[in-house]
Design a protein around this ligand. Structure first.
Ligand SMILES: NC(=O)c1ccc[n+]([C@@H]2O[C@H](COP(=O)([O-])OP(=O)(O)OC[C@H]3O[C@@H](n4cnc5c(N)ncnc54)[C@H](OP(=O)(O)O)[C@@H]3O)[C@@H](O)[C@H]2O)c1
Length: 260
């Protein structure tokens, strides 16, 4: 399979490129500033992406994997749709316009978007849903921690977890981003706390508390390889599917994740 990787010089895109090569796929790494090689393949200029995708489509078995920024991702997805190449999107932080662009691409090609390609996070989503249903009156607080280079806050995964909580509770929770000064907790709130420091790959904790007890559910990614492996699993699964919108839960047969 030919795998075109955009953002190939990025932290996660680089890991994806290495995973693609390790699995023996034909790697086409793409960058806005191509210079040198990655995992033995020459970096190719992002401005050539439409032609690279046309070539990849002609090979008969191709997928685009994108870990970039929303504005670039939306543009890259349009190019994939024009070339007829399925796309896996790991980029997070889309606004409604960006999400609409991805959804539009999914009218012509299969698009799989996930805010988190770790299998443990898929399990966490299920467990959080169960806990929120079993403990309908407990206070909920969410804390996420990422490395100091992360752009969007809260993380896409945090937003997906918040959506899951809303689905499980009768009334949507009021998202309260941090607290300061005279700011007591109100019923129906979910506190959302964001930390950015060092090289932390990604940590999410959902805490339920009441009745003199605390239930704390935590996922911690210990390397970016986790996301890269999940994204390449998704790419292998997506190739050859019908046009439409897919989620990582479809790949591991475990329900959905529609976070943006
Ligand atoms: N879904 C998941 O499991 C998962 C896991 C980790 C990260 N992520 C998400 O993946 C995205 C990338 O994260 P990262 O930590 O790999 O970021 P990063 O190290 O900053 O890499 C992003 C890459 O995007 C490319 N890019 C294209 N257009 C750009 C623009 N206008 N401005 C800046 N960069 C641009 C750059 O590569 P070139 O210069 O080579 O084009 C850059 O290296 C983020 O949205 C992050 O939240 C998702």
């Amino acid at each position: 399979m030919r795998v075109v990787v955009t953002g190939a010089t990025g932290r996660t895109g680089g890991e994806v490129a290495r995973e693609v090569a390790e699995r023996g796929h034909d790697l086409v790494p793409v960058s806005r500033e191509p210079s040198g090689t990655i995992a033995g393949a020459d970096l190719r200029p992002a401005e050539d992406l439409p032609a690279l995708l046309d070539e990849a489509a002609a090979s008969g078995d191709a997928v685009l994997v994108d870990f970039t920024v929303p504005v670039a991702s939306a543009e890259y997805l349009s190019a994939a749709a024009a070339a007829g190449v399925p796309a896996v999107v790991g980029t997070t932080g889309f606004n409604s316009e960006g999400t609409a662009a991805l959804r539009e691409a999914a009218d012509s090609v299969p698009v799989l978007k996930a805010s988190n390609f770790a299998r443990g996070v898929q399990a966490l989503l299920n467990v959080v849903r169960e806990a929120a249903t079993a403990l309908p009156d407990y206070d909920v607080e969410l804390t996420e921690t990422h490395h100091n280079g992360k752009r969007d806050a809260p993380s896409g995964t945090a937003n997906t977890l918040l959506d899951e909580l809303d689905d499980a509770r009768e009334d949507a929770l009021d998202r309260t981003y941090g607290r300061e000064g005279e700011d007591p907790r109100e019923p129906g709130q979910v506190g959302v706390h964001v930390r950015r420091a060092g090289t932390v790959r990604g940590e999410h904790e959902v805490m339920f508390a009441d009745n003199d007890e605390v239930l704390s559910l935590t996922h911690r990614a210990e390397s970016r390889g986790v996301f890269a492996a999940g994204a390449v699993d998704a790419a292998e699964w997506l190739a050859g599917r019908e046009a439409g919108w897919y989620e990582f839960g479809d790949v591991i047969g475990d329900g959905g994740d529609d976070g943006v």
